[in-house]
Design a protein around this ligand. Structure first.
Ligand code: SF4
Length: 64
C-alpha cells in the first residue's frame, strides 16, 4: 500500500504532512513530496485519515 498525491488537485495546505510525517515532507512552498516507499500496515488507518482530511481530495491510496 502506498499513497499518491494528485499535483493538479493539491493546494499545499500541508495537513497530510502533519499526519504522515514519516512518509511526506513539504517543499519550501508547502507542497508535499512523497517517496515511493510503501506504507506499513500499522499506518493504514492514518493513511486513510489523511486521505479523508485532505481538503482537495488529492490523496489516493494505491494497493500494489
Ligand atoms: S492535505 Fe491535500 S491539499 Fe494539502 S498538501 Fe496534502 S495533499 Fe495537498
Amino acid at each position: 500500500m502506498r499513497l499518491v498525491i494528485d499535483p493538479t488537485r493539491c493546494h499545499g495546505h500541508g495537513t497530510c504532512a502533519q499526519l504522515l510525517d514519516e512518509y511526506i515532507r513539504l517543499d519550501k512552498w508547502h507542497y508535499p513530496i512523497v517517496g515511493k516507499q510503501k506504507v506499513s500496515a500499522g499506518h493504514a488507518d492514518l493513511l486513510m485519515r489523511a486521505s479523508q482530511l485532505c481538503p482537495e481530495l488529492a490523496i489516493s491510496i494505491v494497493d500494489d
